[in-house]
Ligand binder design. Structure first.
Ligand code: NAD
Length: 360
């Protein structure tokens, strides 16, 4: 298969973890005989330095042509005081919008080898394996009218939560399709006891569910879902929710995995003529300026993002599972960076990459 991939290392540890993720891609291509075409591009702080903008036109052009994009992280402290259009993070919003990725998928699973480091009771979280599907381009973060007006006692702020039927339908279909390849259960999360917006959400999700009679659907109010995520996380397979609820719940889910350096994410849009889903894959963490350049960064979130890419954008399940198995193996032998190893000698970023490549 042809794997045509744009790589955007970005800033700080983004370049370090992406380097290891690319080695993993090369190993997979070699072992399963795929034709890998990698193009490297600029995004974030490095793009500002080299081109004057965080999201250069050239990056946009390539990102909309390739099958999938792998991103490290963006952000440099020297731009903390810069105006919004000259901040590295603006590049992130720009590329998500340009690629039309409307669903953010965050796999949340617990690893046996890390379970003891969880703040939650081990017997409650062992075996957790879910995907949170968050709508990414609608809802209260984008709705208008918005703004702050008036003065003194008259000062007021407005945000608007808007969803249209097609926006709900497309993300719901994605959740049901994902569930079909897993344990066939979707939990839709809303606040339909209070919000009209959520009432439409629930109505449309129920209608879409009829297209997938083999998938079980249940509904949870967001407050209850927040509680169930820590009380009984094993009950979840695919969690489907709107933008703001997903933003909050996915960070709560992150606690279940151990370190932020472990977490992959995938942002998915429509299917391309090639049959591949448009996809932007990146670890959840940022550029971590506090450890950048020290070979301390955990590359497993970036490597897990490669596993997600192989599965969602290319349908290469066997290859994706091999990468995930390698992650599990490396964790079980304790070949891990300092964030996962409070005592004993930690491995460097490259040594973790070496161990993964050897395990595949
Ligand atoms: P961060 O995720 O970069 O770091 C938070 C903490 O987690 C730090 O102590 C860091 O050392 C640690 N950490 C993060 N990733 C790690 C890894 N792979 N291995 C080991 N430890 C890891 O978040 P922050 O410090 O709030 O932000 C730093 C910069 O990154 C900012 O400029 C921010 O805007 C940007 N940021 C970018 C993204 C993105 O590119 N998607 C996401 C979040 C933050």
């Amino acid at each position: 298969m042809n794997l045509n991939i744009l790589v955007l290392p970005g800033d700080g540890i983004g370049t370090e973890v992406t380097g290891e993720a690319v080695r993993v891609l090369r190993r997979v291509a070699e072992k399963w005989n795929h034709q890998l075409k990698l193009t490297e591009g600029l995004l974030g702080g490095i793009a500002i330095h080299k081109t004057g903008t965080p999201f250069p036109k050239e990056t946009e052009q390539i990102a909309t042509q390739v099958d999938a994009t792998l991103l490290g992280a963006v952000g440099l402290p020297e731009f903390d005081e810069a105006p919004p259009h000259l901040r590295p993070e603006r590049g992130l919003l720009g590329i998500r919008k340009a690629m039309g990725v409307y669903a953010n998928l965050r796999p949340v699973r617990t690893y046996k080898a890390l379970i003891h480091s969880s703040p939650l009771k081990n017997e409650l979280i062992e075996g957790t394996d879910m995907i949170i599907v968050r709508e990414l381009t609608g809802g209260i973060y984008y709705g208008t009218p918005r703004g702050i007006s008036g003065e003194g006692a008259e000062e007021r702020a407005v945000n608007t939560m808007v969803y249209t039927r097609p926006e709900i339908e497309r993300v719901a279909r994605m959740a049901f399709q994902l569930a079909r390849g897993r344990r066939k259960k979707v939990t839709s999360v809303d606040k339909s006891n209070v919000l009209e917006n959520s009432q439409l959400w629930r109505k449309v999700v129920i209608e879409i569910a009829r297209e997938y009679p083999d998938v079980e659907l249940d509904h949870l109010l967001v407050d209850n879902c927040a509680m169930q995520l820590v009380l009984n996380p094993r009950r979840f397979d695919v969690v489907l929710t709107e933008n703001m609820f997903g933003d909050i719940l996915s960070d709560e889910g992150a606690v279940l995995a151990g370190s932020i350096g472990m977490l992959p994410s995938a942002s998915i849009g429509d299917k391309k003529p090639s049959g591949a889903w448009t996809g932007l894959y990146e670890p959840v963490h940022g550029s971590a300026p506090d450890i950048a350049g020290q070979s301390k960064a955990n590359p497993l979130g970036a490597i897990g993002s490669v596993a997600a890419m192989l599965d969602y954008s290319f349908g290469l399940k066997e290859e994706s599972e091999a990468v995930n198995r390698a992650i599990e193996m490396v964790l079980s032998i304790g070949r891990v960076t300092a964030d996962l190893k409070p005592s004993g000698a930690p491995a460097t970023t490259v040594e973790v990459g070496d161990a993964i490549v050897a395990a595949i």
